[in-house]
Each structure stands twice: as structure tokens, then as C-alpha cells.
Design a protein around this ligand. Structure first.
Ligand code: ADP
Ligand code: ZN
Ligand code: ZN
Length: 743
């Protein structure tokens, strides 16, 4: 190969083609796909970094125009060509530049300095050493005597530690080395942040009938070479994790590797420990709390074959394993599997693509599968396995739905219904724990006027400001802050106050009602620091509080056997989010929240407070009836032509000048209409749900089509349109394939 194709590492929309370079003779044997290289670029031949994406025998341009590669960026991570292919696929499907896609799959580019461990190893016998020691003592060579004595006690010493504790100079050690008394051995230490905490345990797990059926079914397909995706549908506690572990064990026995994706929030100490106890240090965990160096090390350990299993959130999918046998995605319905930055990929789809490349199987697990996945399973495109009971004899909780309209009519203005209040009192008396869950997805504790209904909003972001304990109003996007106005800025009324359902507010109300109760609060504000999230949950788990108040964070992860009551304070708020998945999300959140009650031996109870008790997502969640919910929801999706009944593409436009943006959005909308694609539905352009963020105006266009391939083709045509005129460079345009959240 004489020529190399390189993608230039500049994050600019238009620098998105492949450039060809001649390979200098001395680099021919070393160059590999995925390497970072230095290339002369542009008119000034400025040295720029790029990625090798391929090679070619013959030049695609006149040979005299092809420049020569300047060199390899040393220390850059050699990525699997699989990952680069994955990037190319992501770019095609989700609409991004190749650079953006590569940056996503090759997250660690620069080698951080490795921690070196150096050892002093004695290389003479104890007898020889003993004689030498006497000689040193006689001659009063104090430092030498100290070192030798230590070496006679321990054959190996840690270099750094010995220097410090024995007060040695480098010369003393050098002298020993020269005389052949010690060897200095150094090796690179890859940080394994968990290794010290756990030990492997041999434990026999006997799978129950349903678990065994799932394992054998998935494994039989896998072994007979059918590489498909299977959905494991089972409530929390039904034993899905045991199924994953058994499958992973088999994959390892086969000499292959496994990736297990778990939402970051569910990646608790307990979960990690289960895997370490089963697989020992052949497992590694990736999460956002690791330092850059630690992350890099985990990837290196994977690449070097030191581990077989990688556990982590979305980005663990890009672990540079070369022989993946299985990719498992737990809680596959979770929104966090979809990236909200370009390329806006979905981990389930990306995992399926990666699995196809390396002949791996994909297993998805959830208590509340996404409507998309369940639809595929029902139509036979995915395998479907069910775990119907909780493991052991843990019971599902009893659920009561309370109509808040009735409460108000009957004179109860408190945020707690009478039923919930009585239940809380009862738990306090019995020394059992309560979790109060405030469903406030997308809503903050905003301030509004009770006379005219106006909410106070951020002047830059057009989102409601939220009221903090110190009385200040803050914007959670841009950080803008202001004092609480004494009168409504809109109508001048004095009746202006916080929305009575922030977590702080609830905490205060609980304290007022039950002064003796010990209350913990968990929300965005109390979990800012890295450890605070775990600390709060651990404290609650140890029984240091009676009541835990929190947002959706509290409904996931940890098991609390002493929690016998879950109160859901505003069950319907998430129904008002302005996108087609709001019912699905509400059902999922409520089901999870209800599932928190009664994980131990005592029977649990859940109280759902709502203004719309008749809504199907609330009714079915109260019954823990996934099937019932799915049947209703899929009808709605089909009727409205939303995914999975159709495919959807969001086109997000943003720019600093409102009028110009509007004009361009209009032009783009018209251009798309002119493509005359049969069956294409164009919605908008419209002002985005968040109409302004950090002083950038935002607009959206949505496209729908029954055929995925047609929609992807339309996306490519739009990309071509955008390339043709420089005017499009003045606004920022992103694509979002099957969007999860409103832009
Ligand atoms: P899920 O992942 O569906 O929430 P888990 O796999 O965590 O469920 O199982 C719930 C609990 O039941 C765990 O403590 C687990 O160890 C236990 N368990 C599940 N299956 C078995 C089994 N076959 N034998 C023994 N314990 C099991
Ligand atoms: Zn007002
Ligand atoms: Zn703002």
C-alpha cells in the first residue's frame, strides 16, 4: 500500500472528506487503520492531526498533488478497525461528520502518563548477602547496610518506598545494580480502580426454570451461529442479572469477550461487586467518575487481553475488544443510551451493528422494554424471553391511586394526600422506611403567579428559572441568576410563589409534618459532587434516615429491603412533556418507582398521587401491567405515525439571529418539499421546545416516513443541499434519528 486515506481532525462541519497522502517508506510497515497521524494540510501545509481510515494501492488524485504523510502521533491509541467502521456507520446513519463520529468511538486519544511501578529485586543469595552486610557494617557504610538488610528480609522491595523509608540516594541503588546485588524491574501499572475492594468468590447459582430457558435459548442460537438480538423481559428482581452472568461466563469459556452496558445511575457498588465476585479481576468497569487516565487504562487492559468483561454506560460499547461474543444492554429502555450530542446515536442500534461485524449476539434486558424493542420482539424480529416472577418470594407491592382533584375538593391543600400521610405516619411508627418520589422530569421548581399563571423565565434560555434555598432564582442551563421579584412582573400581583413541589419544598413539608423524622434529600443539587450520590444512598441503606425524598434518581439502582412505602407525588407531570414518548416515560418511571416498595421480606405499598388517574399509563403502571400499557401505546403510535410505527428524523437548526434562522429554516423546509419524496411527511419548521439556549435561537423540522431506507436517503440528500451553499454555514444544523427528547 502506497497511499493512506486520512480524516482531518478539525471539528468543522465542512472539513469532512477523506484526504489522501503518500506513505513514506519507513512508515509503511507500522501504519494501521485508526492511528493518529500528522499531515501537512491546507495551503500553508500546516501540520495537522488526522486519523487513518483506510489505504489504497493507487492514487485517487493526480500523483503530483498528493502530499506525503509527516509522521505518526506517538502515544495515540491504536483503535480497532472495527471501531472505525462503526464510526463510518454512525456518520451515515445519524448524520455527523466523520470527525465527530471518530471522536465518539475513539474517546481516549492521548496517552496519559502511565504510573510505573519499579521494584528492587535481590539477585544474590542470602548467604552472600549476609557476608556482605557484615562487611558494610564494619566499614560503616550505613545506607548500603540499611538497603542490604531490608533486601535480606524481603527479596523484593518497592523502589519508591525503599528510597523513602530507608533514606537512600540513587547512587546507592546504582552501585548495588552495578555490583549485581539487585535488579531494578519496572512495569507499567494499569490502574484497576476496583481491584482492592473485591475478591472472587466461588458461588453456585442454580437458575430457575425461566432463567434457564432464557440462557439455553439464547445460547443455542448463539452456538448454532444465529446471531440475533434477544429481549429479556422481567421485572426488577426477577433475576435478569443472573442470566447475564451465566451468558457472560459461557462467552468467556468460549475464549471471547463480553460488554455489558448498564445505565450509569444503576452502576452501583452492589452491582459492581456481584460481577467482581463472579469474574474476579477479568472484569473492568467504566464510569464517569474515573479519571481520564483510569479510563484510558481500562481500555488498554481490554486491548491487551487482560480482561474479558467490560461493564459501563453507553461509551463502554467502544471498548477495544477484538473478539466480542456478546453485547448485553441492561435497562435497554433507558434514555441515557441515546447520545444527546452529535452523532446522536442510540447504543442499542450501535451495539447491533458492532455485534454484526464481529459475530456477536445481542441481549437486551428490561422490566419495561421500550415500545420499539417490544414491538420488534412481538413481530419476531427479536427473540423474546420472560421472567415473570421476582426471584425467591418477594412480593409485588400493593398500589393505591389517589385523585388529587378530590383531595382539593375535600379541602386538603397539602402536597400529601390523606392516604399518603397516614401511610407515612404508620411507617415511622413501625420503624420502616419511606421513599418519596417527585416526578418532575423536565420541570423545575419554578416560580409562577397564582393570579395570572405567568412563570418567571430565563431571558437567555426561555426555560423556567428555579427557586433555590437561598431565595435566588437560577437558570439550570446557562446559570443566569436573579432575586425573587416582590410582585409579578406580568400583572403586578403579590401572589407569586414557588411551585409547591420542589424536592426542597417536600423535604421541608415532611419535616413540618413529622418533626421527629430523619429526612434525606437526593436531587440535582445534593448530588453535585462525585461521591454524594453514593453517600446518600448508602446512608439511607444503613437506616440513617426514615424518609428519602428525591427525583427520578432514587427509583433506580439500590435495593432497600426496609423500604415498605413509596409515595409518588406528582405522577402526571411527565405526561406534559411535549413529545410523543411522554406516556411511555411516565409508565416506566411509575413502574420503577412502585417497584421500589417491598424489595425485602415485608409487604410493600405504593401511593400514586395524580390529577389524571384515568390515564392509561397511570392505570397500567399501578397494576404493573406492561402488556396492557404496550397494547394502548402501540395503537397511539400507529394512529399518529410515530416510531416504531414510522421512522422519524429531527432536523435541529440553531443560530444567533432569529430572523435569519427563521428564513433559513423556511428555505430548508421548502427544499425538502421539493425533493418530492413519496410518503414523506414534513412537520414544521417550528420553534423548538427550548426556543433559546445560551443566546442561540432554535428551530426544528421533523420528517417522518414508513421506510427507514427512504428516510436515510432523504437525510443524505439534505446533507448535499447543505453542502451546496455557503449560507448554511452560518447556522448550526444537527440531525436526530428517532429522537427521544424534544429539542
Ligand atoms: P434483576 O437483574 O432482574 O433485577 P437479579 O439478577 O438482581 O434481578 O436478582 C434479584 C436477586 O435474586 C439477587 O439478589 C440475585 O442474586 C437473586 N437471584 C436471582 N436468581 C437467582 C438464582 N437462580 N439463585 C439464587 N439467587 C438468585
Ligand atoms: Zn401575574
Ligand atoms: Zn439561561
Amino acid at each position: 500500500m502506497d497511499f493512506v486515506n486520512v480524516i482531518v481532525d478539525i471539528s468543522h462541519e465542512k472539513v469532512d472528506r477523506v484526504f489522501q497522502y503518500r506513505i513514506p517508506e519507513h512508515l509503511k510497515s507500522r501504519l494501521q487503520a485508526g492511528m493518529q497521524v500528522r499531515i501537512p494540510f491546507g495551503r500553508g501545509n500546516r501540520l495537522t492531526k488526522g486519523y487513518v481510515v483506510g489505504f489504497s494501492e493507487r492514487p485517487d488524485y493526480p500523483p503530483e498533488k498528493i502530499k506525503e504523510l509527516a509522521g505518526i502521533v506517538e502515544g495515540s491509541v491504536k483503535a480497532e478497525s472495527q471501531l472505525i467502521a462503526l464510526a463510518a456507520w454512525m456518520r451515515e446513519r445519524y448524520g455527523s461528520t466523520m470527525n465527530q463520529a471518530l471522536k465518539t468511538v475513539l474517546p481516549v486519544k492521548q496517552k496519559t502518563r502511565q504510573k510505573q511501578s519499579r521494584k528492587l529485586v535481590r539477585s544474590i543469595s542470602v548467604l552472600e548477602g549476609g557476608q556482605l552486610l557484615e562487611e558494610y557494617r564494619r566499614k560503616k557504610y550505613q545506607a548500603k547496610a540499611r538497603l542490604l538488610e531490608a533486601l535480606l528480609q524481603n527479596e523484593e522491595l518497592d523502589y519508591e518506598e525503599a528510597v523513602k523509608s530507608l533514606k537512600l540516594s540513587a547512587a546507592v541503588i546504582k552501585g548495588f545494580e552495578d555490583k549485581g546485588i539487585v535488579r531494578v524491574e519496572s512495569r507499567t501499572l494499569y490502574r484497576n480502580p476496583f481491584a482492592d475492594h473485591f475478591t472472587k468468590k466461588e458461588k453456585e447459582v442454580l437458575l430457575n426454570r425461566e432463567q434457564a430457558e432464557a440462557v439455553e435459548g439464547i445460547w443455542a442460537d448463539h452456538q448454532s451461529g444465529i446471531r440475533k438480538t434477544s429481549l429479556l423481559h422481567g421485572v426488577t428482581g426477577s433475576g435478569k442479572t443472573e442470566v447475564y452472568m451465566e451468558l457472560i461466563a459461557r462467552v468467556i469459556r468460549e475464549g471471547k469477550q463480553a460488554i455489558l452496558l448498564i445505565p450509569e445511575i444503576a452502576l452501583t457498588f452492589q452491582t459492581v461487586r456481584r460481577f467482581y465476585e463472579r469474574f474476579g479481576d477479568r472484569v473492568s468497569v467504566m464510569h464517569s467518575r474515573l479519571s481520564g487516565g483510569e479510563r484510558y487504562d481500562q481500555f488498554m487492559r481490554a486491548q491487551n487481553g487482560e480482561i474479558d468483561v467490560m461493564i459501563g454506560p453507553r461509551s463502554a460499547l467502544f471498548t477495544p475488544f477484538s473478539k466480542i461474543g456478546m453485547i448485553i444492554i441492561d435497562e435497554e429502555h433507558e434514555g441515557s443510551y441515546k447520545s444527546e450530542t452529535v452523532p446522536r446515536y442510540h447504543a442499542v442500534d450501535a451495539a447491533r451493528f458492532r455485534a454484526r461485524m464481529c459475530g456477536a449476539s445481542v441481549v437486551l434486558g428490561s422490566a419495561t422494554p421500550s415500545v420499539d424493542s417490544y414491538d420488534r420482539a412481538c413481530s419476531g424480529r427479536y427473540g423474546l424471553y420472560r421472567l415473570t416472577g421476582r426471584y425467591g418470594d418477594a412480593k409485588l407491592p400493593g398500589v393505591a391511586v389517589v385523585d388529587l382533584r378530590t383531595e382539593l375538593k375535600e379541602g386538603n391543600r397539602s402536597i400529601f394526600s390523606r392516604k399518603l400521610r397516614a401511610a407515612m405516619e404508620d411507617r415511622l411508627r413501625r420503624g420502616q422506611q419511606t421513599m418519596l418520589f417527585l416526578n418532575r422530569r423536565g420541570l423545575s421548581g419554578f416560580v409562577s403567579c397564582r393570579s395570572c399563571g405567568t412563570a418567571i423565565r430565563c431571558p437567555h434560555c426561555d426555560v423556567a428559572l428555579s427557586l433555590h434555598n437561598d431565595g435566588r432564582l437560577r437558570c439550570h442551563y446557562c446559570g443566569y441568576e436573579t432575586g425573587m421579584p416582590p410582585l409579578c412582573p406580568s400583572c403586578g400581583s403579590r401572589y407569586i410563589s414557588g411551585f409547591r413541589a420542589g424536592t426542597q419544598q417536600i423535604e421541608r413539608e415532611v419535616q413540618k409534618l413529622f418533626p421527629q423524622a430523619r429526612v434525606l434529600r437526593m436531587d440535582y443539587d445534593t448530588t453535585r459532587t462525585k461521591e454524594s450520590y453514593e453517600q446518600i444512598l448508602t446512608a439511607f441503606g444503613r437506616g440513617e434516615a426514615d424518609i428519602l425524598v428525591g427525583t427520578q434518581m432514587i427509583v433506580k439502582g439500590h435495593d432497600f429491603p426496609n423500604v415498605t412505602l413509596v409515595g409518588i407525588l406528582a405522577a402526571d407531570i411527565s405526561l406534559y412533556a411535549s413529545d410523543y414518548r411522554s406516556s411511555e416515560r411516565t409508565f416506566q418511571l411509575l413502574t420503577q418507582a412502585v417497584g421500589r416498595a417491598g424489595r425485602g421480606r415485608q409487604a410493600g405499598e405504593a401511593v400514586i398521587q395524580t390529577y389524571v388517574p384515568e390515564h392509561y399509563s397511570i392505570r397500567t403502571a399501578a397494576r404493573q401491567d406492561y402488556e396492557g400499557f404496550y397494547r394502548q401505546e402501540i395503537l397511539y403510535r400507529r394512529m399518529m405515525g410515530y416510531p416504531p410505527a414510522a421512522f422519524m428524523l429531527g432536523i435541529y437548526l440553531s443560530g444567533s439571529e432569529e430572523e435569519f434562522l427563521e428564513k433559513q429554516a423556511e428555505r430548508l423546509g421548502n427544499a425538502i418539499q421539493r425533493l418530492c419524496t413519496e410518503g414523506l411527511v414534513v412537520i414544521g419548521p417550528a420553534v423548538a421546545a427550548l426556543s433559546r439556549k445560551k443566546d442561540m435561537y432554535r428551530m426544528v423540522i421533523y420528517l417522518k416516513h414508513m421506510k427507514e431506507t427512504v428516510l436515510l436517503h432523504v437525510k443524505n440528500q439534505i446533507e448535499r443541499i447543505l453542502e451546496q451553499e455557503a449560507v448554511w454555514n452560518k447556522i448550526y444544523i444537527q440531525f436526530d434519528y428517532n429522537p427521544l427528547n424534544a429539542y
